[in-house]
Write a protein that binds this ligand. Structure first.
Ligand code: B12
Ligand code: SF4
Length: 479
């Protein structure tokens, strides 16, 4: 039995940029979901993982499979349906899973043979068995996986072309920020994989650099932090000779032992979501409000950096509190915090989030020709109507933010600082140049976006109901 597991490209994101800027090799990441599914697939299936972000193959030249599994974030949904259509025309059954199919079940069911909602670890073998017997059901629900039952991902199946390997150690997030899909998808309960499994999986990764995909590697409660310390001790003992980066909340800075253990375990950088430079902005959307308010963030960032760990700060532009001037305000705030890299994203109503419901009810989502418009839901396009910023205005704020933070003197200052403190100046340089290189590309991309979709922002929408279901918003795990 032959199985293709496909990660569809989003032509508007990395694929174009990878070709245009070689630094972006460091920003293409492995589709871990498919490697995890492969780890749960019985040996009678011959598996190929296709990551279209590295190049779209000529599917008709490949041997026809018995089953196709497609993953998709919302931004990839449109391409996912094109790929599904290709295989269904050949009578090959197509199963779709992942975040988008979960949040938009009905839309996906119209375009594929079966949908698996939520985490598929526990149900994937059943899906394969049904497919083998020709009895695929229309819909499966994996629920929340038992973390002792998450298989070791098949890292051997995607071994070339990436700068980073990928691993997951926890799922779920209790903070439930209104713009984020994680709590709705993975639940509010913070679940941790057994440490020996994580160490074994790290050992099976060939790349020296690894992305830990957890939404928050350290968690927020004392027992989470204690587990993170145990994990770091185990990774350090295993002497992996790897460097890894992860996402964490700012409370990472509050425990010197945690920081020291993370550094010993190979942590070389963390992404931290600061979301907004203003308390009003934070209060508006943040489950993180209480972690950030009244904190000396510059001192917290410095404490992390003292352990030779780079800090990339992430902000959102387009909150209701954001007024003209927000772009340079974010750049200035990030400079003041002393972060090594800055990543700013447009506030985007993703299906299944509270923000989606709110903006939808206020008729603030003009990009609603679905599924076609999903390709713009990359957080790098302004897809909504923003309270105090027009389409041109918000784009201008984004450009001015990038130009201010990634100015040549700004880059020089940060890289020199990393060099002076012996804090991975090369990584800092590559990161900064990669972002700077994208400013020019982004300008072209925004111009194209305005040409193609600018009109939608000028009329009030007459949208019909969205095909997305929000069936998990009242799930017990969220209460
Ligand atoms: C790592 C990551 C990335 C990596 C992507 C690596 C990759 N190629 O997969 C990078 C940094 C590149 C990235 C980029 C983006 N990301 Co991202 N990312 C994540 C993160 C943190 C973890 C994903 C992961 O690897 N999980 C581990 C695997 C094992 O879990 P999983 O993917 O959920 O897979 C399980 C199930 O979903 C299911 N499943 C998944 N696929 C399939 C397929 C089949 C056939 C079946 C049966 C089951 C199945 O089974 C798996 C095992 O249980 C998630 C947050 C999260 N918790 O999901 C956000 C998340 C997926 N990203 C998100 C977003 C918005 C983006 C961006 C659009 C925005 C941006 N600019 O950063 C871009 C999109 C790029 C693109 N290609 O279009 C949103 C997606 C929301 C949505 N509705 O689409 C999430 C949920 C975060 C959030 N804040 O809401 N991301
Ligand atoms: S803390 Fe991060 S993962 Fe958790 S809900 Fe907020 S944005 Fe999402």
């Amino acid at each position: 039995m032959r199985l293709y597991l496909i990660n569809p490209s989003n032509p508007l994101v990395s694929i174009v940029k990878v070709k245009e800027s070689r630094w972006n090799r460091y920003r293409v990441w492995k589709p871990l979901s498919l490697m995890v599914l492969a780890g749960r697939t019985p040996p009678e299936w011959e598996i190929s993982i296709v990551d279209e972000n590295l190049g779209v193959p000529d599917y008709s030249a490949l041997p026809p499979p018995d089953l196709v599994g497609i993953t998709a974030f919302t931004s990839q949904a449109n391409r996912a349906y094109e790929v599904a259509n290709h295989f269904r025309r050949l009578d090959v059954p197509v199963v779709m899973g992942g975040i988008h199919a979960t949040m938009c079940v009905d839309e996906a069911l119209e375009r594929v043979d079966a949908v698996v909602t939520r985490e598929a670890d526990g149900i994937w073998r059943q899906v394969l068995e049904d497919a083998r017997q020709g009895g695929l059901k229309r819909r499966y629900d994996g629920g929340f996986a038992d973390m002792t039952d998450v298989p070791l991902a098949r890292h051997d199946l995607l071994s070339r072309g990436y700068a980073f390997g990928a691993v997951q150690t926890t799922r779920g997030c209790p903070l439930n920020c209104s713009f984020c899909s994680v709590t709705a998808f993975n639940g509010a309960h913070y679940r941790q994989r057994p440490i020996p499994d994580v160490v074994r999986e790290f050992q099976s990764i060939r790349e020296r650099l690894v992305l830990v995909v957890d939404d928050n590697l350290i968690g927020t409660r004392p027992e989470h932090i204690a587990r993170a310390k145990d994990l770091f001790r185990a990774l350090a003992r295993a002497n992996l000779r790897k460097e890894w980066i992860a996402q964490a909340t700012i409370n990472f800075a509050d425990d010197e032992e945690l920081l020291a253990l993370a550094a010993q375990a190979g942590c070389s950088g963390v992404f931290i979501g600061f979301e907004s430079p203003s308390p009003e902005g934070l209060r508006e959307y943040g489950g993180k409000f209480h972690l950030l308010k009244d904190r000396d963030i510059h001192a917290s960032v410095q404490r992390i950096q003292r352990h030779n760990i780079l800090v990339a700060g992430s902000f959102i532009i387009g909150l209701d509190a954001d007024e003209p001037g927000i772009g340079s305000r974010i750049a200035e705030t990030a400079r003041r915090y002393g972060v090594d890299n800055l990543n700013v994203l447009f506030l985007t109503p993703l299906p299944g989030t509270r923000l989606w419901d709110q903006m939808k009810s206020q008729d603030r989502i003009p990009l609603n020709t679905l599924p076609q418009d999903w390709k713009y839901y990359t957080l790098t396009y302004p897809v909504a109507r923003y309270q105090h910023l027009s389409l041109d205005g918000i784009i201008q704020e984004m450009v001015s933010c990038s130009e201010t933070f990634y100015s040549v003197p700004g880059i020089f200052r940060r890289v020199f600082r990393s060099f002076w403190h012996r804090r991975k100046p090369w990584i800092s340089l590559v990161g900064n140049l990669s972002y700077r290189g994208n400013i020019r590309l982004d300008g072209r991309v925004y111009a194209g976006f305005k040409r193609q979709r600018g009109d939608s922002f000028r009329h009030q929408s007459n949208a019909t109901a969205s095909p997305c279901l929000h069936q998990y918003e009242n799930h017990p795990a969220l209460s």
